[in-house]
Write a protein that binds this ligand. Sequence first.
Ligand code: FMN
Length: 200
Amino acid sequence: MKILVLTAHPDLNTSRINRAWFDALSDASDVTARDLTAIGGAEMRFDIETEQALLLSHDRIVFQFPFYWYSAPPVLKAWMDQVLSYGFAYGPGGNRLKGREILILVSTGGPEHSYHAGGYNNYSMAEFLKPYQQTANLAGMTYLRPFVAHGMALATQDQIEATVPDMLAHLTDSDLDPKVKQAHLLEQLEDDPIKAAAVS
Ligand SMILES: Cc1cc2nc3c(=O)[nH]c(=O)nc-3n(C[C@H](O)[C@H](O)[C@H](O)COP(=O)(O)O)c2cc1C
């Protein structure tokens, strides 16, 4: 499985967690990690053919970013607006990304407990990330369970480093596709129809 990581941090030189993730991903096999800010420059302009060819030569696409105002930094939006074009990602003939996987890798300043109903951020990450989920739906991609590191505003360098193995394990887990996960579970239960019915 080939993984394309599109890193959308305004300045990886001042980043702590996204820098650690980007460095680890740059060293990982079968992973192409790209710093969109460096590539797009101040104008945030992308070579559409290059970007689309990269998407087509990878199986799993990862959007990596720090959570800024409940969304991604603008370079990711600029990349999406230019690259996920009519006739490529949607519209007539726009099925080129169909069947590929998409995964959100995101860090937040706020702690985990704030991202719940009744928490000070009120809504869950699943709710905040819905525009990416629907982008995947429109493009016929499989939306995978995101990897979220919460509470990074107050995290120590050790706590940041500790996220790296879990992040790598999640991103390279070939069983993340919900249909594949369910099929594996059902295989394990095939001798027990009552339990199998309970998980379906
Ligand atoms: C402009 C800006 C907006 C931010 N908005 C949020 C936010 O909406 N929710 C949140 O939990 N953290 C927010 N943060 C905190 C960042 O998510 C946090 O600092 C980042 O994940 C750390 O990543 P880094 O070490 O790679 O920079 C914001 C930070 C900045 C600079």
